[in-house]
Design a protein around this ligand. Structure first.
Ligand code: AMP
Length: 429
């Protein structure tokens, strides 16, 4: 099979790495990819994965490329092309593609849609409301004593959520989004949710329109600095499994969330084929969904795919074909930890083009994979080219050993200004 992966982050490197191991794959491309992705080799045919310089949002060019190369399966990593309708466009043109169509991608593209859906179909979520008008938004925030999360409706590069502790902060957040248009048109409506307390975890479920197969749990670290301090980022590290839910509790959370979600999808004629990734807070009253994403998490993918034992081509094909019911997901009992190394200054402004050393040494370590995100090839050097640069991932018989191995690998790698959290997975202990 010829495969095209769309995207350029650590998630896409993990997808390419795992897909390249499949005996079904003869040749693979990634648009636009990164310096690590182009070092991957398909295991069966020993062909280098080629990166093609097409943006993940240039839908017409991606379609033309898939047609020209006679791609058998296109795999979409990021949320933007899904929200733009890449799946609908490819399908209309007879191209096989994995990911939710535009209607299904609304679960991520519109928080107003998701909040309404959760309330209508009885999916456990935070008490919330949807507003386009400042005065009623502030009255609702007042009813929560200002302890709330104010969320722009649309996609805002992961920055559209403002968590507030009091009325002054809530008023400011509502004004910033609805009046100041801090997130442009994405903030013409907002969702306000009550502030929920408890550990936050990520769930993933692979779906085929009728069936949803739940992954083990993982936990992201959103804040830039140790101890969950500093600004929100795309994610500074993950680990899987988490100790917060045992197998029985995970199954129960899946029943509470995915049961009504699947029923709702049937009623609304939503054909969701892809990854549903609910963000969950484990409150003392049970799990509550605070948001849905409609794609693999980044960096959750890095820890999931280093634990997945199935052939990923077969799983994604079953998701596209609606035959997931027959598949059983198999997970390694090993724990996996991913530590993100970022450019100095991230998530604010940062320099690019810093030479990265030590990658070869880190690659020699057992049960370790350095996934690239913001990297580029400059002559014979690999240099930084983004905020999140690398996802250093190790797996081992238990979480403590995986954590130690990931940090041992991080120690081998240097670039000017490199920053990373030193407490990834620490909450588990
Ligand atoms: P979201 O993009 O909706 O997941 O929100 C970004 C971050 O804001 C989450 O990872 C949580 O840490 C926090 N957050 C969002 N909604 C809530 C909520 N209702 N209660 C507490 N924290 C929240």
């Amino acid at each position: 099979m010829k495969i095209l992966v769309i995207g350029s982050g650590g998630r896409e490197h993990a997808l390419v790495w795992k897909l390249a191991q499949s005996p079904h794959v003869t040749q693979m491309w990634c648009a636009p990819g990164n310096a690590g992705i182009q070092q991957e080799i398909t295991e069966k045919t020993e062909k280098a994965v080629e990166c093609v310089n097409i943006s993940a949002e240039d839908l017409p060019k991606l379609l033309a490329f898939a047609q020209e190369k006679k791609i058998d399966l296109t795999v979409v990593g990021p949320d933007n092309p899904l929200a733009l309708g890449i799946v609908d466009l490819f399908q209309k043109n007879g191209q096989r593609i994995w990911g939710p169509n535009q209607k299904a991608a609304q679960f991520e593209a519109s928080k107003v849609f998701s909040q309404g859906f959760m309330e209508q179909y009885g999916i456990p979520t935070a008490r919330g409301g949807t507003f386009a008008d400042v005065a009623s938004a502030k009255i609702f925030a007042e009813s929560l004593d200002g302890k709330c999360a104010v969320k722009a409706d649309g996609l805002a590069l992961g920055k559209g959520v403002l968590v507030c502790a009091n009325m002054a902060e809530a008023n400011k957040a509502i004004d910033e989004i609805l009046v100041g248009k801090a997130f442009g048109a994405a903030g013409s409506k907002i969702v306000i949710q009550e502030f929920l307390e408890g550990p936050e975890i990520s769930l993933h479920a692979l779906c085929d329109g009728k069936t949803a197969k739940l992954f083990p749990t993982s936990q992201d670290h959103k804040r830039a600095l140790d101890g969950d301090k500093g600004l929100n980022t795309g994610g500074m590290g993950t680990y899987s499994p988490t100790p917060f839910l045992d197998q029985a509790q995970l199954v129960e959370a899946g029943r509470l969330i995915l049961g009504p979600w699947l029923k709702g999808c049937m009623s609304e004629d939503i054909d969701f084929r892809g990854i549903l990734y609910p963000g969950i807070i484990l409150t003392k009253n049970g799990p509550r969904v605070i948001e849905f994403n409609a794609r693999f998490g980044d960096p959750e993918t890095q820890v999931y795919l280093t634990r997945l034992e199935n052939d990923l081509v077969e799983l994604l094909s079953a998701s596209v074909d609606g035959t997931l019911g027959r598949m059983e997901l198999k997970w390694s009992p090993m724990a996996s930890v991913c530590v993100v190394m970022a450019s100095g200054g991230y998530p604010g402004s940062y320099a690019k083009g810093k030479a990265i050393s030590g990658l070869d040494e880190a690659a020699k370590l057992p049960n370790t994979k350095v996934f690239h995100a913001g990297t580029a090839q400059a002559g014979d050097q690999i240099v930084t080219s983004g905020g999140r640069v690398l996802g250093v991932t190790s797996w081992a018989k238990d979480l403590k050993s995986a954590q130690a191995a990931a940090y041992a690998a991080v120690e081998k790698i240097q670039f000017e200004g490199a920053q990373f959290r030193r407490d990834i997975a620490a909450k588990a202990f």
